[in-house]
Structure formats: structure tokens, C-alpha cells
Design a protein around this ligand. Structure first.
Ligand SMILES: Cc1cc2nc3c(=O)[nH]c(=O)nc-3n(C[C@H](O)[C@H](O)[C@H](O)COP(=O)(O)OP(=O)(O)OC[C@H]3O[C@@H](n4cnc5c(N)ncnc54)[C@H](O)[C@@H]3O)c2cc1C
Length: 469
């Protein structure tokens, strides 16, 4: 679970729940041309569906309207194509396909389980804390199974070389050990474990002086090219489901519910109206714009995160960081792209609550960049020396995460008074570790609704995430 309320970064910005009851903007208020994006992922993978589908007419009526084309919207389309290939589905996206958080994140699929288990038990009780603890691992397994079934490991650049989180302090290591011990006493079998300074240094091919307190490691973990995964899911769904249509640059302005004159929902878009039996909100940080039940203290609010892509600048460096890498409780998270490519590096200290403009990166002289470059020079001197922002940093971008007050995602129906509306939103900076399983469960609930059947969430699904299903 996210512990954003505990962090100094957010505490300083947080003035109370009423802060988050304000207007939530729509993504197309911040237009950006994908071909000039400063996100590594967006610039290095063109989604051809954008051009193919851009000007196609909207259908007048479908069974399902999916709003949003990040990993959540793509998983919903994919699962519908697997389970109900004959239904009619329209997927709508305000900007280019996959240009929200999924096109701007760190690409880490999982990490050693540090989720402050005692606090989670206090907040959600023993049983649900256990479900929450196991959830990221289950999500990882579902995602990997899907990628392998589609024979897409290479295509989506899935690298399962492990995720190593180097401890910054002795206290951090002791807290991690305490967390594992406490979870074990409750019956949890942790896959993540601690390794000593030497072993950590050997694994990462670093000098041992940089891993003084050892590290936590999760072996079956690593990184992915998230935007390519979305592309593969959507192309698969299009092949399997003849009535799927995809509409980039089509923002939904409002959703109206069925009334006494009309039994269908209406999605009012910038390009016309579509009627449907069900609506799926895959809108994450922007969910509150379309649905009041997803606003305010029980809803989702935006938190802007920042990332840099930095080219190694030491001549002749042949080293390659193979693993997903974290430092200081994953506060620093980074990976190196293959072939001695750039390090993609996020440092959560720079995050901003309630800021949705993902075109604007940090001011040029923001101190956090100097800190990041300094960290790279200290931790990875074989790759980086005397870094220069204008010469060595070709990528510098922001993305909007969807946070919730409790840290739990919102999966199910936004309101029990609107039975045909579903959502999977508010994934708190952990989307690659939550979205696949969450979207799958919400899609199954929606299919049951369309078929007039009852639905029960699987035993493993956290109660804390479940809303009105
Ligand atoms: C800087 C950063 C680093 C991160 N790093 C990681 C990481 O390493 N690992 C990890 O697990 N998670 C990470 N995350 C979090 C993760 O990226 C998200 O949780 C996840 O991508 C959410 O996916 P989604 O599909 O739900 O939302 P999004 O990818 O944001 O998709 C939502 C889509 O809905 C569209 N939309 C919204 N409103 C409308 C509307 N009215 N009409 C039409 N379309 C609309 C948006 O344009 C957007 O494309 C990071 C996030 C950021 C910002």
C-alpha cells in the first residue's frame, strides 16, 4: 500500500481532505504531440493505431464504452475480447493512445514486498492485509502469464532479472526485516528477502562500498516497456473482437445515466454522442472529472511525478544494469534500457499533489535534478561522471498518478445507484503492480452485469479495493 500520507514530501503540501474536492481537469486540457514528447516511452514507440483510427466515425451505439487507453483500458478491452468477443465495444481516449501515466512511468512491474504490514493490519485487519500483501505478486503473475501466452516477451521488452532495493540506512534494513518477520508471524510467505552488502554488490556489479547496508531482492520481478504492452493488448483485442473500435483524440465531456426515456448510458464526447449498456472508467487520476462519486476524500486526486532519462557518459563503459533498481525504500527508482541505453530515473521527492499539467516538467534550476545527477555519479561512477543536463539528459518528463486517501485502489462501481458504470482507478503510483488484476476483476463484474448474472469477487481480491460489487 502507498504510504503517501506518511511522507514529508506530501505532508508539506497537504492541507486537509477538502483540498481534493476541487475541479478535476480533463487530459485534453493539456494537449501534447506524442512525436515531440519528452517521455522516453512515448518518443521511442509510435502507436500506429493513433493514425489508423484518428478520423474514424464514432458508432452511435455499443454494448460497452471504455474511457481511457492506459494499461487499465487496454486490459479491459483485452479481457472482453477473450471472454465476450461478439460484443460491441468502443474505447475512447482524450489524447493519443497511452499518453497518460502508463506512457510516462518507471516501467517497474513489482518490487520486494515492503508494505508496512503492521500499518496495513491496523487499517484493514489481518485478513485483508494478507490479501493486499499478496496482491502485487498475483498481479505480476497474471501479467507475465498473459505476455507469455501472447508470445510477446521480446515485443514488450519484459526483463525478469529481479528487482533490487539497496538500503540507504541500517534502520531501513531493520524495518524491512521487521516487516517480513511480522508478516511471517501472520502466516505470509515472503518471496522477497534480504541480501548482504557483498552479495548486493556482486548482483549489481557495483563496488561494495555502495551497498553498505545490503539490499532487498525480489527475483521474479523486473521491468517492461509499458506502452508496448498496451499496444500489444489493443492489437490482440482488435484481432479477436470484430466490433471493437478505438477513438484517440476523443475526450468524454460527460456521462449521462439511463432515465425514464432511455435505457442506455450516453457518453457525450468532443466528437459526438455514443449510447451504451455499460461504461467503464479507466481514467485513473482524471476519474473525478466525469463522476462525482470518484471525487473528493473517497475519490481520486492527481499527484504529478517526475522522471529523467540520462545517457551514460563515461567513454568505453561496457556495463549494463540488468535489474530493476531502487534505493532508500524505492524513493529512488530506476532501470537502464538495454544496449547501454539511458537510465530512466524517478525520484519521488519532486511529486506534486493536485497538479495535472503533465506537459510541464520541473523548473530548469530545480534542486531535485542536481540531487538526481549527484546520486547517479555517486552510485554508478562507472557510467556517469561530471553529468551535464543539456548534454546528457535527453528525456525529462512528468506524469499524473491517481492517489486515494487510504492508498487503496477503487475497483467496481463508482455508485450503487448506477449499476452499469464500472471503474478501476486510483492506483497510487503502483499501477503496473495493480492494474492488470484490478481491471480483470472489474471487467468480470461488468460482463456479469451485461449477462444479467450475479457476481462475486474472487477470495484473493482485497476488500479494501472493492466498491459496490
Ligand atoms: C512518473 C511516474 C512513474 C511511475 N512509475 C511506476 C512504476 O515504475 N511502476 C508502477 O507500478 N507504477 C508506476 N507508476 C504508476 C502507473 O504508471 C499508473 O498507476 C498506471 O499507469 C495507471 O494506469 P491507468 O491505465 O489506470 O491510467 P493512465 O495510464 O493514466 O490512463 C488513463 C487514461 O484515461 C484517459 N482519460 C482520462 N479522462 C478521460 C476523458 N474524460 N476522456 C477520454 N479519456 C480520458 C487519459 O488521457 C489516460 O490516457 C508511475 C506513474 C508516474 C506518473
Amino acid at each position: 500500500m502507498s504510504d503517501w500520507m506518511e511522507s514529508d514530501t506530501f505532508k508539506a503540501q497537504y492541507n486537509g481532505a477538502e483540498d481534493f474536492a476541487g475541479r478535476v481537469p480533463r487530459p485534453d486540457e493539456f494537449p501534447e504531440d506524442p512525436s515531440t514528447s519528452r517521455s522516453y516511452w512515448i518518443r521511442n514507440h509510435t502507436i500506429e493505431l493513433d493514425q489508423i483510427w484518428r478520423d474514424r466515425a464514432l458508432p452511435e451505439e455499443t454494448d460497452v464504452v471504455i474511457i481511457g487507453s492506459g494499461i487499465t483500458g487496454a486490459v479491459v478491452a483485452f479481457q472482453l475480447s477473450e471472454q465476450q468477443p461478439d460484443i460491441r465495444v468502443a474505447l475512447l481516449e482524450a489524447r493519443g493512445i497511452c499518453t497518460g501515466a502508463t506512457g510516462r512511468n518507471g516501467g517497474h512491474i513489482c518490487r520486494p514486498e515492503v508494505c508496512h504490514f503492521d500499518e496495513t493490519v491496523q487499517a484493514f485487519g489481518d485478513e485483508d492485509a494478507m490479501r493486499l500483501k499478496k496482491f502485487a505478486i498475483r498481479n505480476r503473475d497474471m501479467m507475465i502469464e498473459c505476455i507469455e501466452k501472447l508470445d510477446a516477451t521480446e515485443k514488450v521488452s519484459l526483463r525478469l532479472n529481479g528487482t533490487v532495493v539497496v538500503f540507504e540506512t541500517e534502520n531501513e534494513r531493520d524495518a524491512f526485516q521487521k516487516d517480513i518477520d511480522y508478516a511471517t508471524s501472520k502466516g505470509y510467505k515472503s518471496e522477497g528477502y534480504i541480501i548482504g552488502p557483498e552479495e548486493a554488490a556482486t548482483k549489481l556489479d557495483l563496488d561494495a562500498s555502495r551497498t553498505n547496508f545490503g539490499a532487498a531482492i525480489l527475483e521474479k520481478s523486473g521491468t517492461i516497456f509499458p506502452r508496448k504492452f498496451v499496444d500489444v493488448l489493443l492489437q490482440t483485442a482488435l484481432r479477436r473482437m470484430p466490433s471493437l473500435t478505438i477513438h484517440p483524440y476523443t475526450a468524454v465531456e460527460s456521462v449521462s445515466r439511463p432515465d425514464s426515456n432511455n435505457s442506455l448510458y450516453k457518453a457525450h464526447t468532443t466528437r459526438g454522442v455514443i449510447q451504451s449498456k455499460a461504461i467503464f472508467h479507466a481514467t485513473n487520476a482524471y476519474a473525478g472529472h466525469l463522476n462525482v462519486d470518484l471525487q473528493g476524500a473517497d475519490g481520486v486526486f492527481g499527484a504529478k511525478g517526475h522522471m529523467l532519462g540520462i545517457n551514460p557518459n563515461v567513454t568505453g563503459c561496457r556495463k549494463q544494469l540488468q535489474q530493476g533498481f531502487g534505493y532508500g525504500d524505492f524513493w529512488h527508482y530506476l532501470q537502464q534500457r538495454p544496449g547501454n541505453g539511458p537510465f530512466l530515473y524517478g525520484f519521488a521527492t519532486a511529486e506534486l499533489l493536485n497538479d495535472y499539467d503533465d506537459r510541464i516538467t520541473l523548473p530548469a534550476d530545480h534542486e531535485v535534478r542536481a540531487k538526481m545527477l549527484g546520486f547517479l555519479e555517486r552510485m554508478f561512477p562507472e557510467w556517469f561522471q561530471n553529468l551535464d543536463i543539456s548534454r546528457d539528459v535527453p528525456y525529462d518528463w512528468t506524469g499524473i498518478q491517481g492517489f486515494t486517501m487510504t492508498g487503496a485502489s477503487i475497483v467496481g462501481r463508482p455508485s450503487k445507484d448506477s449499476l452499469g458504470e464500472f471503474a478501476s482507478v486510483g492506483h497510487n503510483g503502483e499501477g503496473m503492480g495493480r492494474c492488470f488484476a484490478s481491471a480483470t476483476v472489474a471487467t468480470e463484474a461488468m460482463i456479469a452485469y451485461l449477462l444479467g448474472k450475479s457476481y462475486q469477487t474472487p477470495d484473493w481480491f482485497p476488500e479494501a479495493f472493492r466498491r459496490n460489487i
